[in-house]
Design a protein around this ligand. Sequence first.
Ligand code: PGA
Length: 257
Amino acid sequence: MRKIIIAGNWKMNKGLSDTREFVKELVDTISSLELKHTIPLIAPAYPFLQEALRESFGSAVQIAAQNVSLHSDGAFTGEVSATMLASLGLKYGIIGHSERRQYHEETDSDVLGKMHKLFEQKITPILCIGETLAQRDANQTAATILSQLKGCLHGVEMHSGNEIVIAYEPVWAIGTGRTATPEQAQEVHALIRKWLRDNYPSAVAENMAILYGGSVKPDNLKSLLACEDIDGGLIGGASLKVDDFVAMVKIANDSLA
Ligand code: PGA
């Protein structure tokens, strides 16, 4: 059985005390749950990663960075390297989010470079891919997804399926309140899994967690998780309230029963 990841992408929200209080409450609440294959994960802003790691230490809650530098070290003002993230004890890093692609002009080859930096530090990349509304309307969804997979994973060897996590996030569904229907999401998730099956040993396609992202909330998570190839969510807005986040962790945990 594949793991289910409920990942909160906080983007540029929450300062030090909000981060501390949220993670503390999350850890306290989920300590009474018997989590089976569900992994709760939070991605706070860089300055508060250490606090989140400290508060979640020894619990089931995982912490991720929202980005990483393409460079190893040196004169790159404002950047944070994979080595620095690893020195905190971080285990996950989001790369290729559509907001990074859109506002910071990140390309698939940048994302591939970042992936290698994370691999070198034994940090699991959460690779985001997804089509824009214009691409969907032009019937370019499958072509876009396949081209992003090829570009971001070019030459990347995988054997177990635990090397990375993939997040399918249709850009038109992010922050818009317009979720892809479970059928629309499942269609793309099945395409991603088929591509993995065609390009990697079968364990990779079978074990890899493929998350859906784009206006996920407690109300729609259950129907998304009911789809065969959807193994969790990458959640922005609805991850900012601890009660909603806990509710989604519970929905995920119950979905395995
Ligand atoms: P959203 O964001 O849940 O607010 O749509 C998802 C994301 O950008 O990862």
